[in-house]
Write a protein of this length. Structure first.
Ligand SMILES: [Fe+2]
Length: 627
């Protein structure tokens, strides 16, 4: 412990997913390419345990069998050689060198909890069910299978959740519900309706139609809806979605997949500023995609949504959506130029798993301390730390450095790379953008009125409005208890240099009166010199709902480049002051999204992952937790 104390009532497991390549990449490397590694800290009674593990994906298992990287990486998809790489992967699959039947994703993007299962997510693959042990370490259970049974059962047998039935009661027509489809793709950002227990998701397919599929899992994890959706402008990257009580909202941004243009433009994902951003509002009780209401807005790119809700009116609901967006974006800036001196990757900084897969063991002292936290199983590989007695002091001194996996600084840049000036007029009537005033991610407020077909977008908080180090806002989060209903506070990471977040801000949406940053940013945290973080996870206080919206904690990992170590930071979400800082004694790679499991959910997923809970009880053959 370097500062403060872990609150005694903050008990559970903080986990954060992110890329960490098991093998040193042979070619160019993209930040999205690394194998999924889950890092995290178990907090209990003021003590802390750190652990990390790779997720045992089909891809990782196959590469481990070959002893080298054999799968295609996004970073390699550049120029003519990129096209050859794309063809080569298909050829390898035909020749049996690669088995793509079990997916090729890295499970490196997000974690979520549903139907008593913890899922590791990657948008180019199905989820992996993992089990979080009482110690905080994880075990990979299996790759999920989501789809209908061999013979679909009568529609009336499908809906098992009475709340869901009430909420999304479909029209009584002979054609409803449509046949369920086997799910092949799954987003890294599904949305769980906390009231019904349903998980709403989508999956996009770059290579074949349908390029988009919307699906719903009921509270038990059974597939109860799957709707194919045609994308009128071809396949595109779609990272997040939004959910309100009435609508599932799909963000069809003009970041198109055009592999043939790789030869000319150098990268297969092309942001086309001449095309609109299209927002698809599909009623949750829709029978098929014909009920979608499409809205067009000026070209933009959204990776992450903060929240969305319905505002009821006499003519029907008006939908509000808050998200971080930019009108200019390129994905290829996340590619390192060299495999050994890459900006995400440095040989000297990353310890590759020992050849013999020797388990990393706790010291005797730590094992003694972990006894009251359940059985600590080191697993096949992966670094870990351990706590000592006292107020969550973490002592990693006995852990060989080579066993503590960490990566170099991702000094990549998300800044817009376009060199051409062009006119982009957004709905708020802002000035034309020029290359001197390049656009980056800011917080936007979107509204959609299905009754009139009108949509608006407005940039409400932009770091350029303030003289501060940050140039970009991303990773928006809220108190999860306020999802799908009007909320007040949005927390966002502030990026100062590439994907280095130097802090985060707290925005008050009720103060949106045109003042922008000056009036809406009501709290700001700076990690300090040479200290960088990423997304925060909001943890409401344990117990029943109530209290203020900003009552709770914000937890994040911060890397201190001066001492080459990472720290777990716990902030009071109300005051934005540090509550606790825990020295992890090692460097943790920058990553993506995290999850906090409270004590109850921790126990539920322990049971759910080791029993047949979640297996098919209705119409789907979902086996999210069957092992
Ligand atoms: Fe994401």
């Amino acid at each position: 412990m370097t500062r403060g104390k872990v609150p005694k009532n903050l008990n559970g497991v903080f986990r954060r997913n992110g890329p960490n390549p098991f093998y040193q990449p042979l070619g160019k490397y993209h930040w999205f390419d690394g194998d999924g590694m889950v890092h995290g800290v178990r907090l209990k009674n003021g003590k802390a345990f750190y652990a990390n593990r790779w997720i045992e994906t089909s891809r990782l298992k196959q590469e481990r069998a070959y002893g080298r990287p054999v799968f295609m990486k996004i970073g390699e998809l550049t120029g003519k050689s990129g096209l050859l790489t794309l063809i080569s992967q298909k050829l390898k699959a035909r020749l049996g060198i690669l088995d793509l039947s079990k997916g090729s994703g890295q499970a490196n993007t997000n974690l979520t909890f549903h139907a008593n299962k913890v899922l590791a997510l990657h948008e180019m693959d199905l989820p992996y069910v993992i089990k979080v042990l009482c110690s905080g370490a994880i075990e990979t259970i299996r790759r999920a299978s989501i789809g209908p049974p061999a013979s679909q059962k009568p529609p009336e047998a499908r809906t098992k959740n009475p709340k869901a039935e009430r909420r999304t009661d479909p029209p009584a027509t002979a054609n409803y519900p449509p046949p369920l489809r086997k799910i092949e793709e799954f987003t890294a950002h599904p949305k769980v309706d906390q009231e019904t227990g349903e998980m709403h998701f989508f999956g996009y397919n770059l290579y074949s139609a349908p390029h988009l599929t919307y699906g719903v899992l009921d509270a038990e994890g059974n597939l109860v809806k799957s709707i194919p959706i045609n994308l009128p402008n071809g396949p595109a990257m779609m990272h997040d979605m939004a959910l309100t009580k009435r609508y599932a909202i799909f963000l069809y941004m003009p970041l198109f997949f055009r592999p043939k243009e790789m030869v000319v433009s150098g990268f297969p994902f092309i942001f086309d500023p001449e095309m609109p951003s299209k927002f698809a509002l599909l009623p949750r009780d829709a029978a098929d995609a014909s009920e979608i209401v499409w809205f067009n807005l000026p070209a933009g790119m959204i990776f992450h949504v903060a929240n969305a809700w319905d505002e009821e009116g006499k003519d029907g609901p008006k939908v509000h959506l808050y998200a971080c967006s930019t009108s200019d974006y390129t994905l290829n800036e996340l590619v390192s130029s060299n495999s050994t001196k890459g900006i995400h990757w440095s040989r000297e900084d990353v310890s590759v798993t020992p050849k013999n897969n020797t388990p990393y063991c706790l010291t005797r002292k730590a094992e003694q301390n972990s006894a009251d936290m359940g059985r600590f199983i080191p697993g096949a590989h992966g670094g870990m730390g351990m706590s000592t007695r006292g107020d969550a002091t973490v002592d990693f001194a006995a852990i060989p450095r080579r066993q503590l996996h960490a990566m170099g600084d991702p000094a990549i840049s998300l800044r817009a790379a376009s060199s051409k000036s062009r006119d982009i007029l957004n709905m708020s009537g802002e000035e034309t953008k020029s290359e001197e005033d390049r656009d980056t991610f800011a917080l936007f407020h979107f509204t959609f009125d299905p009754a009139t077909g009108l949509a608006t977008q407005r940039r409400i908080v932009d770091p350029k409005q303030e003289d501060c180090d940050a140039y970009l806002l991303e990773f928006p989060i809220i108190n999860p208890r306020y999802a799908m209903r009007p909320n007040r506070y949005v927390y966002m990471a502030t990026f100062c240099d590439g994907m280095k977040a130097n802090g985060f801000v707290k925005c008050d949406l009720t103060k949106d009166e045109g003042g922008g940053w000056a009036t809406m940013v009501v709290g700001k945290v700076e990690y300090g010199k040479q200290r960088f973080g990423g997304e925060c996870v909001f943890v409401p206080p344990p117990g029943e709902e109530g209290g203020e919206e900003d009552e709770g904690w914000l937890i994040t990992l911060v890397y201190d480049a001066r001492v080459r170590k990472s720290f777990l930071l716990v902030y009071d979400a109300g005051t934005m002051e540090v509550v606790a800082e825990i020295d992890l004694k090692t460097r943790v790679p920058f990553g993506f999204h995290g999850l906090f499991l409270g004590e109850d959910d921790l126990q539920k997923q322990m049971r759910g992952s080791t029993t047949s809970g979640g297996e098919n009880k209705g119409g789907g053959d979902v086996e999210m937790g069957k092992v």
